[in-house]
Write a protein that binds this ligand. Structure first.
Ligand code: KIV
Length: 270
């Protein structure tokens, strides 16, 4: 089982594999495939709970999903994504919410969508024993501020800002950094500049690892970003199984003898 330390020390060795999962059966599949880190992303809001954005996801939602993933995971490191406004407003509340992910749900670490406001908070969490994964570039909890999900770090000033924040979070004790939707040459420079691993999503091949959303990978999403890749068509397989079930009930071929039984002494009950 990779520890936070194993991940932190893995800069430039074997690429780190990371994928989201939100429930026990998919976590078991992801874990058994040998993925190093499972993120219970706040993308649970879009992928699983039917919201348009991640903003409505609550601490209670996250605890429930992290618990399910932890129970089904034997090897991977499980990271809980802190939902919108569950951190950063008030320090005591942030620490308490993050602590619940470890104490109640069994996560090993938390992820914070990061910015200037999370540098000191990261340091405090780490000092208290809550490992923190930082997240820079596109931070989807800012969707209303961005007016969508645009690329980040595309001019010198914003690229430099990402680099400075990456260094500040590494210094504050974050054990890894997600870089989302930034040019690959910017991600490469950040990766070179800091001594913790970068894990990219839409950030090119130079990061120390890669993360994607489970539903995008297996082909279950209604929509997925251009930087993602679909590696399978689970939706088609599920649809075909459900169609076949409906047809079998309707044409009377299910349930057959092999799915039914009789109790011989109950021939007359009326
Ligand atoms: O919530 C999520 O799934 C994420 C990943 C896309 C990094 O934050």
């Amino acid at each position: 089982m990779p520890t936070v330390r194993d991940v932190r020390d893995n800069t430039g060795d074997e690429p780190i594999t990371m994928l989201t999962a939100y429930d026990a059966p998919t976590a078991a599949i992801v874990d058994q495939a040998g993925v190093d880190v499972i993120l219970v992303g706040d993308s649970v809001g879009n992928t699983t709970l039917g919201y348009e954005t991640t903003l409505p996801v609550t601490v209670e939602d996250t605890l429930r999903h992290v618990g399910a993933v932890v129970r089904a995971t034997e090897d991977a490191l499980v990271v809980a994504d802190m939902p919108f406004l569950s951190f950063g407003v008030d320090d005591a509340e942030s620490l308490e919410n993050a602590g619940r992910m470890l104490k109640e749900a069994g996560a090993t670490a938390v992820k914070l969508e990061s910015g200037p406001h999370t540098i000191e908070l990261t340091e405090k969490m780490v000092q208290l024993g809550i490992p923190v994964m930082a997240h820079l570039g596109l931070t989807p909890q800012h969707v209303n501020q961005y007016g969508g999900f645009p690329r980040q770090g595309t001019d010198e000033e914003s690229a430099r800002r990402i680099l400075e924040l990456a260094e500040a979070h590494a210094d504050a004790g974050a054990f890894a950094l997600i870089l989302e939707h930034v040019p690959s040459n910017v991600a490469a420079q950040v990766t070179d500049a800091i001594d913790i691993p970068t894990i990219g999503i839409g950030a090119g091949p130079s990061c120390d690892g890669q993360v994607l959303v489970f539903h995008d990978v297996v082909g279950l999403s209604e929509w997925s970003p251009s930087f993602s890749k679909q590696f399978g068509d689970v939706k088609a397989a599920m649809k075909s199984a459900v169609d076949e079930y409906v047809n079998s009930v309707e044409d009377g071929t299910f349930p057959g003898d092999e799915h039914s039984y009789e109790q011989s002494d109950l021939d007359r009950i009326y």
